[in-house]
Design a protein around this ligand. Structure first.
Ligand SMILES: C[S@@+](CC[C@H](N)C(=O)[O-])C[C@H]1O[C@@H](n2cnc3c(N)ncnc32)[C@H](O)[C@@H]1O
Length: 250
């Protein structure tokens, strides 16, 4: 986890908004913050809409996001809950989340660099979400652990909403930009130089078969009640992999 954490700390320091949403033309600090936050509002509205269609969550006390980045989605969910918690592996991302969301007093931000969510209680949250996160976690055992843990901290009648690619074409698995980044890092080239001058970054893309995602959630006590294409049925893809969003409850 240490190398993975360092990669996201570097991205959080160098170009956090682009590391979160890689919009063409927005690299090197070019994201308009209002436009960036508007994408969070749209995603949160889609999450709440998809949940409402399934009659969950039955209560709206607390929400939780794994891999919240600068809080794009948690911020937008916070008016619907008494308490909204976002955790991330990257301290610079969390520092930026605190700064950007100082106007949202019911939001709580924390660094979590463990492969579990041990600081949170069973059934603590009515809505648990994670978007564009698990695909970047290198180790599948850790991905399974997070899926189980997100199910564990979900309240009865709550909603667990997780996006994760189910497959990836062979060509895309090569990830030469990441390999070049790590090769040059081993030769002590500074992270900023690799990112800004060579246009490289350490971002990894991983995937997990649908049956394994569902099995991990079940081990944590949640059952999948719907699976949608892309980001909640919009059919969008990251590259050419099959991207799915899972909705589960307990
Ligand atoms: C592409 S960004 C998405 C941020 C946020 N989910 C959003 O959609 O705005 C991925 C985030 O996941 C975080 N992350 C990566 N691995 C993580 C882990 N093991 N635990 C928690 N956060 C993680 C990164 O630091 C980064 O902030």
């Amino acid at each position: 986890m240490a190398g993975h954490r360092r990669d996201w700390e570097a991205l959080g320091e160098i170009d956090p908004l682009y590391a979160i949403l890689s919009d063409p033309g927005a690299r090197n600090g070019e994201w308009d913050v209002e436009a960036f936050l508007a994408t969070g509002e749209a995603d949160a509205a889609r999450i709440m809409g998809a949940c409402e269609a399934l009659g969950v969550p039955v209560r709206r006390e607390a929400s939780f996001e794994l891999g919240c980045g600068v809080g794009r989605i948690t911020r937008a969910l916070s008016p619907s809950f008494s308490r909204s918690v976002g955790v991330d592996i990257s301290a610079p991302m969390i520092a930026r989340a605190r700064e950007m969301n100082a106007d949202r007093p019911n939001c709580e931000w924390a660094v979590n660099d463990a492969p579990d969510l041990a600081s949170f209680a069973d059934g603590e949250f009515d809505l648990v979400v994670s978007f564009i996160v698990l695909q970047h976690v290198p180790d599948r055992a850790v991905i399974s652990s997070y899926l189980r843990e997100m199910a564990r901290i979900l309240a009865p009648g709550g909603a667990l909403v997780v996006q994760m690619p189910a497959s990836m074409p062979l060509r895309q698995r090569v990830q030469w930009r990441r390999r070049a980044y790590h090769g040059l890092r081993a030769a002590r080239v500074p992270e900023r130089t690799l990112y800004r001058r060579f246009g490289l970054d350490p971002i990894r893309m991983n995937w997990m078969a649908r049956r394994d995602v569902e099995a991990a959630m079940r081990l944590g006590g949640a059952d999948v009640i719907a699976v949608q294409d892309g980001w909640l049925g919009d059919g969008s893809q990251v590259g050419r992999e099959t991207n799915l969003t899972y909705l589960a409850t307990r």
